[in-house]
Design a protein around this ligand. Structure first.
Ligand code: HEC
Length: 240
């Protein structure tokens, strides 16, 4: 009886976890996004890029500007001046200017809220990072863009002026000389890493605190290990 209950529990757990694995891995190779949530400058740059390139379509419905200011070590004035577009107030959540129906009508699919995209799913930051790197020109699509990570994506490559226009060839992606973007490959990778870090932080702001707490816990434990070692030396000294 108990045994069958336990196996039912595991079956349910596997069912719950499985979709996360599938959506995160799929059959495309995901690049390892080396984000650093302690790197405030990276998160700040990511926030700036997000407001400029993504916020027109995507909301972050669980994130308030005031929270952003606090966590990213910005003054409310800086947030108002550099991040807030339009007339949103610092205490508000980060909405998009796009009405749901418009997104549906224009892109065939309403752009999803991104406040939980990076949360929980295994390898999700790798997914976002690789996704932002994998747009290519595809005239057969309504917006003229496709994506190898999300085939048939309704999202166009909004970063093309930075990245350039990638084309898919037998040898992989190429960008022709006259279609290069404003950033070098390395700088583009840096930019999308910053956006990915920012979205990962938004997905779970508590992680920022937990990670910095983690460092203290480890230091604390190391200190006590050392203490125990020294004590042991002290006790055994006389016995030997
Ligand atoms: C012009 C509107 C538009 C802009 C601007 C835009 N997106 Fe999107 N985005 C979409 C649409 C539409 C989808 C849904 C794609 C689909 O599922 O086919 C989407 C999907 C996504 C997804 C997948 C979410 C999920 O869970 O399925 C991510 C991640 C994403 N966008 C990130 C970004 C980032 C980062 C930026 C800024 C660099 C950005 N988007 C800018 C329209 C936009």
């Amino acid at each position: 009886m108990l045994k069958s209950r336990i196996s039912a529990f595991f079956a349910a757990a596997v069912l719950l976890v499985a979709p996360a694995f599938v959506s995160a891995a799929g059959d495309v190779h995901l690049e390892d996004a080396q984000i650093d949530l302690q790197d405030k400058a990276s998160l700040q740059r990511g926030a700036g890029l997000f407001m400029n390139y993504c916020a027109a379509c995507h909301s972050l419905q669980y994130m308030r500007y005031s929270r952003l200011a606090e966590d990213l070590e910005l003054t409310p004035e800086q947030v108002e001046q550099f991040l807030i577009k339009g007339d949103a107030k610092i205490g508000e959540v980060m909405k998009t200017g796009l009405a749901k129906g418009d997104g549906q009508a224009w892109f065939g699919k309403a752009p999803p809220d991104l406040s939980t995209t990076a949360r929980g799913k295994i390898g999700q930051e790798d997914w976002i990072y690789t996704f932002l790197k994998s747009f290519y020109v595809d005239e057969s699509r309504p917006m003229g863009w496709n994506n190898t990570v999300l085939a048939g994506a309704s999202m166009p490559n909004v970063l093309w002026d930075l990245q350039g226009k990638q084309r898919k060839t037998e040898e992989g992606f190429v960008i022709q000389e006259h279609e290069r973007g404003r950033l070098s490959d390395a700088d583009y990778d840096r930019a999308i890493l910053d956006i990915t870090a920012f979205l990962t932080y938004v997905g779970e702001p508590a992680r920022l605190q937990r990670e910095s707490l983690g460092v203290w816990v480890i230091l604390f434990l190391s200190f006590f290990t050392l203490l125990a070692y020294l004590l042991k030396q002290e006790y055994w000294k006389d016995i030997h």
